[in-house]
Design a protein around this ligand. Sequence first.
Ligand SMILES: [Zn+2]
Length: 177
Amino acid sequence: MAETNQNLWAPWRMEYIHSLNVDREGGCFLCRYAANPDQDHANRVIWRTAHTLTVFNAFPYNNGHLLIAPLGHHADLEELDDETLTELMRQTRDAQRLLRKTISPQGFNVGLNFGRCAGAGLPGHLHLHIVPRWEGDTNFMAVMGNARVISQSIEALCEQMRTAAAELGLAPVRGSA
Ligand SMILES: [Zn+2]
């Protein structure tokens, strides 16, 4: 069936939505999240390390879509020290472990966009996308097109992920409900 061969990975679309979110909030949302660990629960930050955080994408392209970002406002990988670079990759590994444990994806898209021409709606603060994939999930998105339904499932999934993160021994977030 031709439709199942469509590529779900269209980061420019969600980055555009992100840019709307940034404009409305009047600043870099990743810096805001990084500076306010007491708001982690409300901001859907799943866990942190010394130099990075992992957060649910507020406008997911698929169920369980996560963003991993350095705490500092850096546009390019060359601005990061080796410790932060290592943590970004470790977080990627751990995010995949967490997603496998909670929602059993059959595959992942993992990627970075640099510059607006490459689809980055927040070019000043680099962030790595992790999008879980399943066979036929392009059709799933069409079915789940109702924003309210997605939003409710995100809340439930956030709780599931926090529990699983603790079980995996990942650093707990400091915020509370
Ligand atoms: Zn920032």
